[in-house]
Design a protein around this ligand. Structure first.
Ligand code: KG4
Ligand code: ZN
Length: 339
């Protein structure tokens, strides 16, 4: 089945063609970063307006790059849950229009379920059940994946998402937006033991995370030096901050895997591109005979191939939607089947 995926939940306008839920024929992403950079974050109004300008172009590009035409499309999958309301509406309106005009099934996808399927697209062999950590700019969520499309929440963040912490520290250091890739690069030149930043909730029994205190601790530790015009040890701050985040994410996710009795972990979302996160997860997993899987770098951040793959899995399980499909900006992944 050829599925056209559409993703517009935040600031990426994306469309992709995926065959049978596993072969990516095209994966087009129009990035709006230049529009948002000067504000230091995504401006929802601007994002929604830009999606309306780009969506038609991006869908046509996905068809061209995949060597297909609209008449080949057999289903349309779209991110309908979790994201900026105005942004989601643009993708859902486009998907409904196509589904109606082409007379093909429509399926709404939860954005985090998309990220989970990004890793399955890259590594279809990930065994079930497994534990999945989604770490992105908007989410930090730990779930037990009992079966495809069946999730049980183990934990998540109580405040900032992991990627949000990267972005805020990068902004504080003047590294631009989004900050994750910049911190990742800078940290390779720094000493990760230079500063003993807090490891929030590391020892807590729960699988909840908290990154806002870490961010505040770092900002408070250096703001006077920054205000006084002193040059900060950027590389060491980046490396020590990254180490604190990585240590907490890895330790808790591995403990979740052990306690759930699974031997596989899937790590996905924008932050799963982080080099140090991949290294520590893989090494610690190896020591405990737990295999850790990551998506291809092109599928870590927001894209529509992951939405097409998730949509395909949902359609196969009978979760089709009709033209009454609405957007839900905030709904937990594990209760989405009720919607
Ligand atoms: O998954 P994504 O594209 O969007 C959301 O669903 O939020 O994730 C974007 C986030 C941003 O916070 C960005 O800074 C972070 O992923 N990110 C990284 C890296 N690449 C992207 N964080 C750390 N290291 C990276 N290499
Ligand atoms: Zn995302």
């Amino acid at each position: 089945m050829l599925v056209l995926g559409i993703e517009t939940s935040c600031d990426e306008t994306a469309a992709a063609l995926v065959a049978d839920g596993r072969t990516v024929l095209s994966n087009i992403i129009a990035n709006q970063l230049d529009l948002h950079r000067k504000y230091g974050g995504v401006v929802p109004e601007i994002a929604a307006r830009r999606h309306t300008e780009l969506i038609g172009y991006v869908i046509n590009e996905a068809l061209d790059a995949g060597g297909k035409s609209l008449s080949d499309v057999q289903a349309v999958a779209v991110t309908a849950k979790q994201g900026l309301v105005g942004s989601l509406l643009v993708g859902v309106a486009a998907a409904k229009t196509l589904s109606y005009a082409l007379r093909v099934p429509l399926v709404g996808v939860h954005h985090i379920e998309g990220h989970i399927f990004a890793n399955l697209l890259s590594n279809p062999e990930i065994p079930l059940p497994h534990v999945c950590l989604t770490v992105s700019g908007g989410h930090t969520l730990l779930v037990y994946v009992r079966d495809h499309c069946r999730y049980e929440k183990l934990g998540g963040t109580v405040d900032d998402a992991a990627g949000e912490a990267f972005d805020k520290i990068a902004k504080f250091l003047g590294l631009g937006f989004p900050g994750g890739p910049a911190i990742d690069r800078l940290a390779t030149k720094g000493n990760r033991k230079a500063f003993a930043f807090p490891r929030p909730l590391l020892k807590a029994k729960s699988f909840y995370f908290s990154f806002s205190g870490l961010k505040t601790a770092i900002i408070n530790a250096f703001k006077h030096q920054l205000a006084g015009g002193e040059k900060l040890p950027f590389e060491d701050i980046a490396a020590s901050f990254q180490e604190a985040v990585v240590e907490v994410l890895v330790a808790k996710t591995l403990r979740a895997a052990r306690e759930s009795g699974v031997s596989a972990i899937s790590v996905t979302g924008g932050v799963s591109a982080n080099r140090r996160l991949r290294e520590v997860f893989t090494d610690t997993g190896d020591r405990e005979s737990i295999k850790v899987y990551f998506p291809a770098l092109s599928l870590c951040t927001d894209n529509a191939a992951m939405i097409a793959a998730a949509g395909h899995a949902r359609l196969r399980r009978g979760y089709a939607d009709d033209l009454s499909l609405d957007v839900i900006p905030n709904v937990p992944l594990e209760v989405q089947h009720a919607g």
